[in-house]
Design a protein around this ligand. Sequence first.
Ligand SMILES: Nc1ncnc2c1ncn2[C@@H]1O[C@H](COP(=O)(O)OP(=O)(O)OP(=O)(O)O)[C@@H](O)[C@H]1O
Length: 321
Amino acid sequence: MIKISGLTFDYPGHRALHQVSLQVEQGSVTALVGSNGAGKTTLMRCIAGLETPLAGAISVAGMDVLERPREAHRLMGYLSDFYGLYQALTVSQCLEYAAAAQGLPAVAIPQAIRTTAQQLALTDRLQQTCDKLSRGLRQRVAIGQAIIHAPKVLLLDEPASGLDPEARSSLAGLFRQLQASGMTLLVSSHILAELDEYSTHMLALRDGRVLEYRALKHDSGHPSARKSLRIVLAQANAGLHAQLAAEPTVQIEGGDERTADFLFSGDEHAQAALLARLIGNGLAVASLSDQKENLQQSYLRSVATYENGQQHLPATGGSAT
Ligand SMILES: Nc1ncnc2c1ncn2[C@@H]1O[C@H](COP(=O)(O)OP(=O)(O)OP(=O)(O)O)[C@@H](O)[C@H]1O
């Protein structure tokens, strides 16, 4: 859905992006992460066709963003980190203005406003002026403006900053809903736990370079998918690893006489049967838990690998250099 190759961007006296190449799958939600100044905003602005890079190519849904920016704009929604709303306009007028700016025909605008207001739970606010709205509601109006034309790609720069936990949670629900409708999302944030809730991929930037782009390990729910499990015993047992190693569905990854980390292939019934066997064999099992790697762990691992001077290879679900 988004293809970038050899993207290089310079501010006067400063190279912000170095030869970025990337392919983002349709329907994915990519968490764009990186330290301050890594180039996240610059990358989003380039994809949105708001900046002209020094070199490289960008296409969205097959449309060349640099050659045909106006047509490409119609395919995208962009929420900047510092967005503005017209204070004196009502929510309905803001949405109408955005719809007209995106070139929606006048006859289609009332329905687009109704649909967007419904998606963002703003229906009862349509006649309120923006200066009377809370921060969370203003954020929702700004997102509404970005999605009023049902874009294929939505770019959101720090969309949850300044929101309370409840508003963040409802935003996460909205992003999942947009993804379910087939939209492709690229979302930047420094709060990785929040991105974790809905992201399918991670794009880590550092000093204008792609550190890593990869699919995140989420429980696919498929019975044959391998899960990372950890078993912890109440007291050490030298036979723990030997017993696990004898199981054909287990691949041990680490641990000691009290714990074992392993990959398990089987459904919940097979997992329950394994647990029963281990207890039956005299192991004092205190817990058996799922060890999903979260976004924070993925990001920190990627940074550590970079700092150790190693190179990452493109991962499943996308590619990057
Ligand atoms: N207008 C500008 N002129 C010169 N340099 C700039 C300009 N805007 C950004 N930069 C520099 O380009 C680099 C990338 O900035 P960018 O805003 O894309 O990073 P970011 O990852 O979004 O950072 P943050 O997390 O702090 O928002 C930084 O070193 C920044 O100082």
